[in-house]
Design a protein around this ligand. Structure first.
Ligand code: CP
Length: 309
């Protein structure tokens, strides 16, 4: 199949075939990343702007490395030194960047839906690097890629997503992707952090971590998102950690070869005990490394769709 999309905004709108094509393409891109000269000319002459309205370590760096490996011209927008501080709107800012030749805009924004607004109003291709509590497609795609790489498949796996489902764009995008690719998805967290949309998402909901991780093949731990919690959703971090933090004892209920993942950044001692964080470290860093190949694949497929870039 060929990829026909000008934008990559979320996994809710991608088909299983499109997701699989991104993962397959990322395998070739990973091979590029393992060469001595880690560069191909796929985006030569294309300007890509990284427009980040929220902090980021992994996603921003990973997109930038992916852009450079594809030979794009890279423009990094720094919010604190921009005219946003003088009141310029998102749309005006993006239109100005497009006027300077940005063929692709990678956007992270605290407002859910911001990438869709740009996709509607601009000619540039838009890639969503995380919008509010809504979607984080590149993270979910790299999670899917890493699961497929480690387990050899996604279909039929028991995948548990643990924690702050309500505020997590990582959870939402992963749920769409995992369900489309045939995984058996379970979510678990305090009732106050389980969102309404879950009822129609073809996943099983648990409130008890021991029950949820029984026989799990993959466990995706989520970060508690303090910055998105307007009210108090649980009595204390200590209590949250007691019931929903992953410990060696709790992990005994999972499958023997369970894979523990985390999108980062980790709150050590809250979502994961420090020893589990260290044990899972190689997988968590593999997620980060795979992110470059997956993001290269996203750019490559948007470019090969033949519009704008
Ligand atoms: N996983 C993730 O989105 O991390 P950053 O916020 O550091 O980009």
């Amino acid at each position: 199949m060929t990829f026909q999309r000008k934008h990559i905004l979320g996994l809710e709108e991608l088909t299983a075939e499109e997701i699989t094509l991104v993962l397959d393409t990322a395998e070739s891109m990973k091979e590029v990343s393992e060469r001595d000269v880690k560069k191909v000319p796929a985006l030569r002459g294309v300007t890509v702007c990284n427009l980040f309205y929220e902090p980021s370590t992994r996603t921003r760096s990973s997109f930038e490395i992916a852009e450079k490996r594809l030979s794009a011209d890279v423009l990094n927008f720094t919010l604190s030194h921009s005219s946003v501080t003088k009141g310029e709107t998102l749309l005006d800012t993006a239109r100005n960047l497009e006027a300077m030749g940005a063929g692709v805009i990678v956007i992270r924004h605290p407002m859910s839906g911001a990438p869709w607004l740009l996709a509607k109003e601009l000619d540039s291709s838009i890639i969503n690097a995380g919008d509010g509590s809504h979607e984080h497609p590149s993270q979910a795609l790299l999670d899917l890629f890493t699961i497929r790489e480690i387990k050899g498949r996604i279909k039929g796996l028991k995948v548990v997503i643990v924690g702050d489902i309500l505020h997590s764009r990582v959870a939402r995008s992963n749920i769409w992707g995992l369900v489309k690719l045939g995984a058996e998805v379970r979510v678990v967290g305090p009732p106050t952090l389980i969102p309404k949309y879950i009822e129609n998402a073809k996943v099983r909901t648990f409130y008890n971590l021991d029950d949820a991780i029984e026989g799990a093949d993959v466990i995706i731990m989520l970060r508690i998102q303090m910055e998105r919690q307007e009210s108090v959703y649980f009595p204390s971090l200590r209590e949250y950690s007691r019931f929903y933090g992953l410990t060696r004892e709790k992990l005994k209920r999972a499958s023997e070869d369970v894979t523990v993942m985390h999108p980062g950044p980790i709150n050590r001692g809250i979502e994961l005990s420090s020893d589990i964080a260290d044990d899972a470290g190689s997988v968590i860093l593999a997620q980060v490394s795979n992110g470059i190949a997956v993001r290269m694949a996203m750019f490559y497929l948007v470019a090969s769709a033949g519009r704008n870039v």
